[in-house]
Design a binder for this molecule. Structure first.
Ligand code: SAM
Length: 411
């Protein structure tokens, strides 16, 4: 390990703070690395879990992605799937192992080491690699991503999270202030010092005025990670895309896709026309700059340009992500819109008239053909084309929120 300060931090403050006993009562889920997302964004919805599937969680920390993916693979009956956890921190690994044991999961293999050493570890190749909150802490993130890309199967893909600059406003000057203030002090003392400083920050301080970052209030581990980290950097959209392209990977999708569409930020028709004429990368960069609230980028990356699932025909299966179909149908029935907010940025998306009827049929198993047949039984005049147009509009809205995905029959 080339960075003893960073290693010592994660030994003393495993991240994020987790208690293995909580596995009895809840499963922590999120992006990247939900199984349905991996399938949709990286395998065209055609992932065949009857075949071997190998995933690496690189810098697995206290085990969030490892536990979620291993549990979802088990629940999906993926008997030949294996999740490999890799981290430098033995303290973090101990917590992750206890969480996996608490769930009785047997599809996880634990390794201690650096992702930078992957070529020599003989662990790969992998169909999928998760690297969440790690690359931005490395001395050479490009070398880190290159090591991960080299460990992928030719058709495999990655789910990553890196920090983004504008939503982290206030973090970096406070990090610098705390660095000079805590010079020569041990980490636990610096934690106490930081808490004192946070308690009395002036109203004008940019972190105090930043409503998007609350991590440091949850636990000491999160406080250390946000404010006392020896090294982190934030990537704007253009910087992130340069990192990705530099190692020969392609962006499959940002999560949530809608956050990267500037047209969602204005109703002005002239501006929307101007936005529509821009390429994907320029639009994403613009959305980030205009919204100004993104503290991280979550993205799926692939070697191939066509890894995202699309509607292939009546055999495609819509899948709702952690939404209950009936409850959602009842909610949208009132005014045919879906509402919410991204870190304080409200959205309100119109849905097609058929949305509630379609949503009631979505159970993750029924195909579009079967859903159309069920709707046609009540309305014999409903053509496939009209049904498909309504489903496309629904997918554009809920897909943009990463809430409606697709599965397709394996090749
Ligand atoms: C901020 S934590 C993120 C943990 C986890 N991925 C998550 O999102 O919950 C960063 C983790 O990366 C690990 N790490 C840092 N550099 C690493 C490297 N070169 N190889 C493997 N793990 C590393 C740290 O030990 C730490 O557990």
């Amino acid at each position: 390990m080339s960075d003893p300060v960073l290693a010592a931090q994660y030994e003393a403050y495993p991240y994020p703070a987790r208690d293995p006993r909580d596995e009895k009562t809840r499963l922590i889920t999120g992006s990247p690395s939900r199984l349905a997302e991996i399938d949709h964004y990286l395998f065209q919805g055609k992932l065949d879990l009857g075949r071997p599937f190998r995933a690496l969680i690189a810098g697995g920390g206290t085990g969030d992605a490892t536990v979620m993916l291993a549990q979802q693979l088990k629940d999906a009956g993926a008997a030949q799937a294996e999740v490999v956890y890799l981290d430098l921190s033995r303290a973090s690994r101990a917590i992750a192992e206890a969480r996996v044991a608490a769930r009785g999961l047997t599809n996880v293999r634990f390794e201690t080491g650096s992702l930078l050493a992957l070529p020599g570890l003989g662990l790969g190749p992998f169909d999928y690699i998760d690297c969440c909150g790690v690359l931005h802490h490395l001395k050479d993130p490009d070398a880190g991503l290159a090591a991960l890309a080299a460990a992928l199967q030719s058709e495999g893909g990655l789910g990553v999270m890196v920090y983004a600059p504008f939503g982290r406003s206030g973090v970096y000057e406070l990090q610098e202030a705390l660095r000079s203030l805590g010079e020569g002090m041990a980490l636990p003392e610096r934690v106490s010092l930081t808490k004192r400083l946070l308690a009395g920050l002036p109203e004008t301080n940019r972190l105090k005025r930043n409503p998007f970052l609350r991590d440091h209030r949850r636990s000491d581990a999160e406080l250390v990670d946000l404010l006392l980290h020896p090294r982190d950097r934030a990537y704007s959209v253009p910087a992130f895309l340069a990192l990705v392209q530099g190692v020969g990977l392609q962006l499959a999708s940002f999560i949530e896709p809608l956050r990267y569409e500037p047209s969602s930020l204005t109703a002005d028709p002239a501006l929307r026309r101007r936005f529509a004429a821009l390429d994907d990368a320029t639009r994403a960069a613009l959305a980030e700059r205009l919204a100004g609230n993104q503290s991280r980028h979550i993205a799926y990356l692939s070697r191939r340009p066509d890894s995202v699932a699309c509607i292939e025909g009546p055999e495609s299966v819509p899948v709702l992500v952690e939404l209950e179909a009936d409850a959602l149908a009842n909610t949208v029935l009132k005014d045919l819109t879906v509402k919410g907010d991204f870190d304080g940025l409200p959205f309100r998306l119109p849905l097609p008239r058929l949305a509630p009827l379609i949503l009631r049929q979505v159970d993750g198993q029924r195909s579009l053909g079967a859903i159309h047949a069920a709707l046609q039984a009540k309305d014999p005049g409903l053509s496939w084309d009209d049904f498909l147009a309504a489903f496309r509009a629904l997918l554009a809205a809920l897909g943009g929120l990463n809430r409606l995905l697709l599965r397709n029959p394996p090749n």
